[in-house]
Design a protein around this ligand. Structure first.
Ligand code: GTP
Ligand code: MG
Length: 195
C-alpha cells in the first residue's frame, strides 16, 4: 500500500466538504504539536507532504491524502492548546468531533500520545467520544527518541492503565519516532491490514 502514490486531495473546513466515504480511511488525532503531521510524512516517506511545525495549531483543516488511490489518510487539527484565536479553535474542535463520531468509512483512529507526557484529560475526552461512536482507536506514542528506556516504561504503564478503561481501544500500542523511523514499518503494516 505504501509503495503506491500518495497525493494531497483536499483540506476540509466543514462536514459538507468531506469527500465521499467510498474507501477505507484512517485518521491521526491528538493534542496540538504531538506529531500527527510528522507521522504522516514519515509513513509516506514524503517530508513536506503534511505541514508540520513547532507552533501548536499548525494543522487547521481536516487534510485528506489519497494513498495508492485506494485509501485515505486523514491529518486532523490538534486539540488542546493552539496558537490561534479561541473562536477559530472552537470551530475546528466542533468539526473534529463531528468527523470522529460520524464517518462511516473510518476504519481506525490513531490517537497520538506524546511519549514524554502520557495520556492527558483532553485525550480521554476524545477516547470517550470514540467509545460512544464505536470507532476503534489505537494509541500511538510519538517522539520516543526523546526518552530513556526507563522513562518510557513508566509512561507505558500509565497509558496501558488508562486505555484499559476504554472499550473502543485496540489493546496493542505502537511506539514511534518520526525522526528516527522507529515503529513506522509496523504502523504501515497495521494500516495496510485494515483494507
Ligand atoms: P498540530 O498540527 O499543530 O496539531 O501539530 P502536529 O500534531 O501535526 O505536530 P507536528 O507534526 O507539526 O510536529 C510538532 C513538532 O514536533 C515539530 O517541531 C516536529 O518536528 C516535532 N516532532 C514530531 N515528531 C517527532 C519525533 O518523532 N521526534 C522528535 N524529536 N520530534 C518530533
Ligand atoms: Mg499538524
Amino acid at each position: 500500500l505504501f509503495a503506491g502514490e500518495v497525493t494531497f486531495l483536499k483540506g476540509v473546513v466543514a462536514m459538507d466538504g468531506l469527500p465521499p466515504d467510498d474507501r477505507p480511511e484512517v485518521c491521526f488525532a491528538g493534542r496540538s504539536n504531538v506529531g500527527k503531521s510528522s507521522l504522516i510524512n514519515a509513513l509516506t516517506g514524503r517530508k513536506g507532504l503534511a505541514r508540520a511545525s513547532n507552533t501548536p495549531g499548525r494543522t487547521q483543516e481536516i487534510n485528506f491524502f489519497t494513498l495508492a488511490e485506494s485509501h485515505y489518510l486523514v491529518d486532523l487539527p490538534g486539540y488542546g492548546f493552539a496558537n490561534a484565536p479561541v473562536a477559530i479553535v472552537e470551530k475546528w474542535q466542533r468539526l473534529l468531533k463531528q468527523y470522529l463520531s460520524g464517518r462511516a468509512s473510518l476504519r481506525r483512529a490513531f490517537v497520538l500520545v506524546d511519549a514524554r507526557h502520557g495520556i492527558k484529560s483532553v485525550d480521554e475526552e476524545i477516547m470517550t467520544l470514540l467509545d460512544r461512536s464505536a470507532v476503534t482507536f489505537q494509541a500511538v506514542l510519538t517522539k520516543t527518541d526523546k526518552l530513556k528506556a526507563s522513562e518510557l516504561d513508566k509512561v507505558l504503564d500509565q497509558v496501558r492503565g488508562k486505555l484499559a478503561k476504554h472499550p473502543a481501544a485496540y489493546p496493542e500500542l505502537v511506539l514511534t519516532s518520526s525522526e528516527k523511523g522507529d515503529g513506522i514499518p509496523l504502523l504501515r503494516a497495521i494500516i495496510a491490514g485494515l483494507a
